[in-house]
Design a protein. Structure first.
Length: 140
């Protein structure tokens, strides 16, 4: 049985989006069930919201540090959407510092559908977060 999942990748750095796309799996296997991953891209938080208003993804993987609406602002905006309960959210950051600890504290208040990963150090963790987010997704 094969299902599908739509992933929205949000990062202002197009080269880094391409690196992520080449490193992320195209399919996840769960016993006798597989889920094919399809990716959409946005270069800003504002662009991501436009895409989400047209097509709701299963997972949004967003960079923390972007000009304009940053990743945390995007997640807050997504949480205001009626479709937000079906969207799993992963926030990623390249840097690790005092500001990231503040962001982590702010994220806790945003709900359980949220993961945080430092990239590229924890790039493999993204696959596991996808797996956790999509494991119970119905195949269709």
């Amino acid at each position: 049985m094969v299902g599908r999942a739509l992933i929205l990748l949000v990062d202002d750095d197009s080269a880094y989006r391409q690196i992520l796309l080449s490193a992320l799996p195209g399919k996840l296997q769960f016993g006798n069930k597989a889920i094919r991953l399809s990716f959409m891209e946005a270069e800003s938080g504002e662009g991501a919201l436009e895409i989400i208003n047209r097509q709701v993804p299963d997972v949004v993987l967003t960079d923390m540090n972007m000009p304009g609406m940053n990743g945390l602002g995007l997640i807050r905006a997504i949480k205001q959407l009626p479709s937000s309960c079906s969207i799993n959210l992963i926030l990623m950051s390249i840097a690790y510092g005092e500001n990231d600890l503040v962001h982590l504290e702010q994220m806790v208040s945003l709900g359980k559908q949220l993961g945080f990963v430092f990239v590229p150090k924890e790039l493999g963790a993204i696959k596991e977060m996808f797996r956790a987010a999509l494991e119970n997704k119905d195949a269709h």
